[in-house]
Design a protein around this ligand. Structure first.
Ligand SMILES: C[S@@+](CC[C@H](N)C(=O)[O-])C[C@H]1O[C@@H](n2cnc3c(N)ncnc32)[C@H](O)[C@@H]1O
Length: 189
């Protein structure tokens, strides 16, 4: 399984957000929805070998982690609004520290990056890392930030983890995911 974890530093943890204002009052939830799109959508099919974790760090109830499993998800469509609707529905479900399924293939739990790092061997996607094209065995689990830099606290957690670059320019998180998945595709992994 390939895994992508995206930190949404301002992304709301309230299920009351407006699908009409995901870039604004929902704390750039649009960035996360596009990242979900990049994780899963091919033309007329879905990548079933990808899991996508969204770490929501906005008010009122951070940190929350949403997990979307490509091999289970239903009712995921390529438009941002429908992804937003699945996240919104998940956020209305009371949850504890274990993942609870909200809709098919969409799970939610309390907790954030620290917990995930205890569970998964993560590589950081960073434009200053080692070029993925120079790496023989590409890792399968990656961490990206949204439109903001990692915080000092996050940086401390990830400082010793390997860093891989998807290319020389700083890209949007969703585009970076597409480039990494393309690399897997080219290597037939
Ligand atoms: C829009 S960038 C983050 C913004 C950036 N920290 C800034 O303010 O300049 C989103 C994320 O995509 C990933 N990313 C962007 N370009 C990349 C590249 N060339 N190689 C690897 N990861 C990249 C990084 O994980 C980054 O945190």
């Amino acid at each position: 399984m390939k895994r992508f974890i995206i930190t949404g530093h301002k992304a709301t943890t309230s299920g009351e957000f407006s699908l009409n204002d995901m870039p604004g009052s929902a704390g750039r939830m649009d960035v996360l929805c596009r990242s979900v799109n990049s994780c899963f959508f091919l033309s007329h099919s879905l990548r079933e070998d990808v899991w996508c974790y969204l770490i929501l760090l906005g008010e009122p109830n951070p940190p929350i982690t949403i997990l979307i499993k490509g091999n289970e998800v239903k009712r995921l469509n390529p438009d941002e609004r429908s992804t937003g609707a699945l996240i919104k529905k998940a956020l209305t479900l009371p949850c504890g520290e274990k993942f609870r399924e909200s809709t098919p293939g969409v799970y939610i739990r309390k907790g954030g990056l620290k917990t995930l790092l205890e569970e998964i061997d993560v590589t950081i996607l960073d434009e200053n890392g080692e070029d993925i094209r120079d790496i023989q065995n590409v890792p399968d689990s990656y961490l990206l930030s949204d439109h903001l830099n990692f915080t000092d606290e996050e940086t401390e957690l990830i400082i010793d983890l390997p860093k891989i670059s998807a290319g020389p320019k700083v890209m949007h998180a969703d585009h970076t995911i597409t480039v990494i998945l393309n690399e897997f595709d080219r290597r037939k992994l």
